[in-house]
Design a protein around this ligand. Sequence first.
Ligand code: PEP
Ligand code: MN
Length: 264
Amino acid sequence: LASRDFHPENTVIKIKGVEIGGDELVVMGGPCAVESPEQIDEIAGLVKAAGGQVLRGGAFKPRTGPYSFQGIGVEGLIMMAEAGQKHGLLTITEVMTPEYVDICAEYADILQVGTRNMQNFDLLRKLGTCGKPVLLKRGFSATYDELLNAAEYILAGGNPDVMLCERGIRTFESYTRNTLDLSAIPVLQQLSHLPVISDPSHGTGRRELVEPMSKASVAAGANGLIIEMHTDPDNSMTGDGVQSLFPDQFAALLKDLEKLAPLV
Ligand code: PEP
Ligand code: MN
């Protein structure tokens, strides 16, 4: 079902007037984690003003260590839904377990599967019947074929609205947090009809690389970008402040991107 052989036309996912996978570029922006109503509301306003269409933010965070901040949970979902509604943005949030799919689907417009859960097959199966579009992140050690097979689980469950996300893979290079695999963008678009989104924030782990790799992703044909932005990155509650853009950088980037591809 994920293969272009069986579905030659591009899949275009339509959500409340926004089309993902069509001619226009979709930008999803926001903090790594939802931290408070004020934080997500302020950032939502900045994403909207800059021309973004989707507010990102994690209420459930997959942290490497069990003692790190794990996200604020369901309350965060509610705060994000309110901010999205108020500012006229779609919302995307990560869901980590099958038990939380229904509640996340109730509050968010798009459900995100994180890199660590790409092969959580019970989760993928549950997302096949959730009724909401899914952004499936590539596992940081997964091949293209494994990513497409993971997408197949969701599609086979009856959900046709899947986007693939390149978010960087693990290589020998340690200067960057991950190595953003730009080739994934055209390859996945050749093998599959599903929209491809690039995540230059996790893909590089370094703020100064987000702008060039966003532009490179768009040049490579990405249908959208998911970018971390924070009003106070140095004090963000996850370690991802170092890769988060400041609001003015985010706005400047979107202005530049409009020259490369029209924003929805
Ligand atoms: C995130 O989007 O904040 C995130 C945890 O992403 P990934 O699963 O790609 O690490
Ligand atoms: Mn993050």
